[in-house]
Design a protein around this ligand. Structure first.
Ligand code: GLU
Length: 392
């Protein structure tokens, strides 16, 4: 058994209890933290301090998955590509070059600290298709069981614009949901979510804890136009939704310091997004967290009450459908005033769904000319968001 020194005991005593409770943690770092602003090369000294933290956490019995960006930015520097936006093929080529350096750097730095790294490159379909999702999950869990440190990135070399996550905030949330992590840490160049852009608003205040992602929180993340100036907050809020739906807490904290994880443990400023404690099934988590929605189903108040009490969605309670979905696709279920109530796998393609909206289930076969399911979305295929959202 490892000896506990006085220093260890003192260190443990200063750890925030909510951090100490987390056992399986996904840590995401963005390209801006990894690259040296002058040379564009990797900030290996800083990365070394992060790996020190990861090694300490692993020795403490925690399981860590690292999600690292940086492949494209490193590769474009090696290939001497001109500044400015890259063509898709250029970013795919840059990722192919940069990912090697990235993996090499992690492997070397980790080895020095007694850790074994494993590279996992994921594409959107690895989380969208349930069989591939289960496969990727098994690999990650096996690596954790064997004591390795998985380092995940998007497989940018094969991901085209239509089939990519595009940002590692959401990718890391999907990974966290996939492996049932307790906590997702987004290391960023800002130390949390602010009530207004911290650079330009003197009254901007950092939120310490967020327990509900409502319209006010969404508004703080800004719209697409202000995304850059707020450190990509929009995708971080999207990540928080995915993580919370999976029962996983999320932290936005600054990575612009040495030992960024130790700093969080010791109380550095950050924003905690606390996950609700109601248990969610693995299937519900997959439906709500891993699938891109292909359309919207707007339901009436009666159907909303029925759903909240655990019943399936029948066509009779639906006011309208929109989008371009096929049978089995994921759709967003909305209230009449546009609130997102949850997500589900729809039993009819849009063409058929449009024709049975508002109709009784007994009429379906006459209208469509074939006997389909009575339910538009069966309750087993549905993941509702927090029920206390209903009625707000
Ligand atoms: N996957 C991209 C890369 O490694 C980064 C995406 C992001 O920065 O969120 O370059």
């Amino acid at each position: 058994m490892a000896q506990t020194t006085k220093a260890d005991a003192a260190q443990k005593a200063t750890v925030r209890p909510e951090w100490a409770a987390h056992k399986r943690i996904v840590v995401k770092l963005g390209s801006a933290l990894l690259a040296c602003p002058q040379s564009g090369g990797l900030k290996t000294d800083w990365l070394g301090t992060l790996l020190d933290d990861l090694a300490a956490m692993t020795n403490d019995g925690r399981e860590i998955v690292l999600v690292s960006s940086g492949a494209i930015s490193l590769g474009r520097r090696t290939l001497k590509l001109a500044p400015g936006p890259l063509e898709l093929e250029e970013s795919q080529a840059a990722a192919a070059v940069g990912q090697i350096s990235l993996a090499h750097a992690y492997s070397e730095l980790a080895q020095k600290r007694g850790l074994t790294t494993a590279q996992i490159l994921l594409t959107l379909s690895d989380t969208e298709q349930r069989r591939r999702y289960l496969n990727a999950r098994d690999t990650l869990l096996t690596l954790l069981r064997l004591g390795a440190l998985p380092v995940v990135n998007e497989n940018d070399t094969v991901a085209t614009s239509e089939i990519r996550y595009g940002d590692n905030d959401r990718l890391s949330a999907r990974v966290a949901s996939m492996i049932d992590a307790d906590c997702l840490v987004l290391l960023s160049d800002v130390d949390g979510l602010y009530t207004a852009p911290p650079g330009s608003s003197p009254n901007a205040r950092r939120l310490g804890v967020v327990t509900e992602i409502d319209t006010a929180i969404e508004a703080m993340a800004g719209d697409a136009g202000s995304e850059l100036s707020r450190g990509g907050m929009k995708t971080k809020i999207a990540a928080a939704k995915i993580a919370r739906a999976a029962g996983c807490d999320m932290i936005i904290a600054s990575g612009k310091r040495d030992h960024p994880l130790r700093a969080i443990a010791q109380g550095a400023p950050c924003t905690w997004f606390i996950a609700p404690s109601d248990p969610v099934t693995a299937r519900q988590r997959w439906i709500s967290g891993q699938l891109e929605s292909k359309g919207d189903v707007t339901i009436d108040a009666g159907a909303e009450t029925a759903l909240v009490s655990g019943r399936s969605l029948l066509p009779a309670g639906v006011r309208s459908v929109s989008g371009n979905f096929d049978r089995g696709d994921a759709v967003i279920i909305r209230s009449l005033d546009g609130r997102e109530l949850g997500r589900g796998l729809i039993a009819y393609a849009i063409k058929d769904a449009e024709r049975i909206v508002g109709k009784r289930s007994s009429e379906i076969s006459d209208i469509l000319g074939f006997a389909g399911r009575d339910e538009l979305i069966h309750r087993d295929d549905m993941a509702l968001h927090r029920l206390h959202n209903a009625g707000k």
